[in-house]
Design a protein around this ligand. Sequence first.
Ligand SMILES: [Zn+2]
Length: 301
Amino acid sequence: MSAVHICEVGPRDGLQNARHLMPTEAKKAWISALAAAGLKEIEVGSFVPPKLIPAMADTAEIVAFSRTIRNLKVVALAPNLKGFQRALDAGAHKVTFPISASRKHSESNVRMTPEQMVEEVRRCAALPHAGVEIEGAVSTAFGCTLQGNVPEDDVVRIAAALAEFCDCVALADTVGYANPVQIRRIFSRVRKEIGGKLEAAHLHNTRGLGLANALAAYEEGVRHFDSSLGGLGGCPFAPGASGNVITEDLVFMFESMGVETGVALDKLLEARKLMAKAIPQEPLYGHMALAGLPRGFRDAA
Ligand SMILES: [Zn+2]
């Protein structure tokens, strides 16, 4: 079965939504441990204004550090042109832009309509950025806490607009509203529109459907997944709910199916211990860490 590529987003999506700050040195040790477990792509931070999100204030330093890790693609999030310039200065290999398909979410979050946000990313892509990959991530693509339903036509239209100038496009279930049938339908619709430019599924496990949705996306041809170790981060709109789809559970699911991830589960669980030590009060999720590997388990490699 064909392999999957996992981008660990805990240092960005997880820590951005966590209640506790992780010290810079602990972040570096954690990112090193994640890379040592075999993760080849890590979203290490976000170039948002530090006053807005103090947890991301050290992103430039974290990007510079992460670049020293061999064979690691270093990803940073940028919400606008200013953030993009900071990401380029810091040396990110890939910059991801969230473009909310929900009009209400976009207007309340970045005070721009989705169309204005697409234009902002277009301006970024027009700047010289040799060797730097640009990803347009359509967020709230499966529903929104403010707007409720997000029309599928809006998702398809925004994805198609982004595909004109982005290297790749991701679809994100930002608030964990998606179900597997919806995942298959929307990924299939967008793929018909933009083909191979549709790359990652960014899923949240807010309502426990993270793995089911990941499997549905896999069956729809998706081979790139974002996830976070321990489901770190929670959801700002649902106190107590878990964050992204859980990396170690995702790796276990794929490996036990015979789908290679390139990630070593034992080392991943070591990285989880390191993370738990650095932010001991933060709730963590996941079944693998509790249950351990089944007797006789063999990974896909
Ligand atoms: Zn997310």
